[in-house]
Design a protein around this ligand. Sequence first.
Ligand code: NDP
Ligand code: GDR
Length: 356
Amino acid sequence: MTPKTALITGVTGQDGAYLARFLLDKGYVVHGVKRRSSSFNTERVDDLYVDPHEGETRFFLHYGDMTDATNLIRLVQETRPDEIYNLAAQSHVQVSFETAEYTANADALGPLRLLEAIRILGLEKRVRFYQASTSELYGKVREIPQTENTPFYPRSPYGAAKLYAYWITVNYREAYGIHASNGILFNHEGPTRGETFVTRKITRAIAAIEKGLQKTLWLGNLDARRDWGHARDYVEGMWRIVQHPEPDDWVLATGEVHSVREFVERAFAEVGRRIAWEGAGVEETGRDANSGAVLVRVDPRYFRPTEVDLLVGDASKAKEKLGWAPKVDFAQLVKEMVAADLEAVEREKWRNDRHG
Ligand code: NDP
Ligand code: GDR
């Protein structure tokens, strides 16, 4: 039987790398799109890559960019995928306030370019399309928990760009009969999460503090609440969405909600430290309850012009119709991330001591 072929944009990102691994395990041929960069940016998929001169492989990397329509058309034409997973995006909410136009170009027009590539190449009935939609679409709290029917109210250039992407996916499904689906995914993390997202920033800092390389963790809004799951579980959900006979829009979430402050407390508890909070607002600090050392401080630089206060999802539809359920809970997620960062910092330290 000919194996299925998938094209993944954003393959060098957290989800792209997990998804590539998942699909390769299922026997797929996987084509990943990476951006040209002046330094290596394939760290998350390096272990999957086999130099075609040196052996058989089902994993291929191609240069591409979501802002380049002709490149995307050519990639779809050359790789002839059965499934396209559009994961590429400028995915940082705070950065989107500074690079609003670029974020719109990559995150809103990028998906349009891919959908147009499908049409131009006459692949409407052949290709299945997955769009990485997000709980950031809900933005300002209007209903808890959030479902597929909760109204959207994005609160950032990122959210607004993803809103366009969501609706253009719905529109191309309805207008041209493309099997195009939105996964409305709530926050999902893991040891390979980008270092500037709050969970990884916390776990990396804790590892660095433990190893004596850093003194303080500087954060923004400690009261923001999120529904944090594990990326490994969520990429399986993406695949299930694409396999469903009917294209549709789906929430993937754990239904469990915690504040940034709780994440900090849970993560420090992993290294045996209890945090005692004092002060309020930008004056708030978190001290080691035993030694009194200040471990956490607030820097208003990390506050967003408009914040999303509370996201918590109801994934009942995905549970019922896709048989999807997250396997990793909050405590396990934090444990895995802290352990991985302790190991990573130890390795870095060892390398620096040896070579520096
Ligand atoms: P990452 O930021 O880790 O990865 C984003 C990927 O997109 C990277 O491979 C990046 O390349 C690539 N990329 C960025 N801009 C472009 C561009 N112009 N052209 C081509 N590639 C580009 O994000 P995640 O893996 O966490 O998320 C995957 C997708 O899911 C994103 O669309 C995100 O918005 C969305 N999402 C994520 C959630 C989460 O909690 N993780 C929740 C809901 C939605 P490079 O490595 O070179 O930077
Ligand atoms: P988010 O993730 O904006 O939800 O977007 P992020 O981890 O950046 O922020 C979560 C919450 O933590 C607060 N926060 C901080 N955030 C960062 N990055 N750095 C800090 O120092 C800090 N201090 C407090 C934020 O204000 C926010 O409320 C992620 C991305 O993966 C998106 O691409 C995705 O669509 C959504 O999740 C669902």
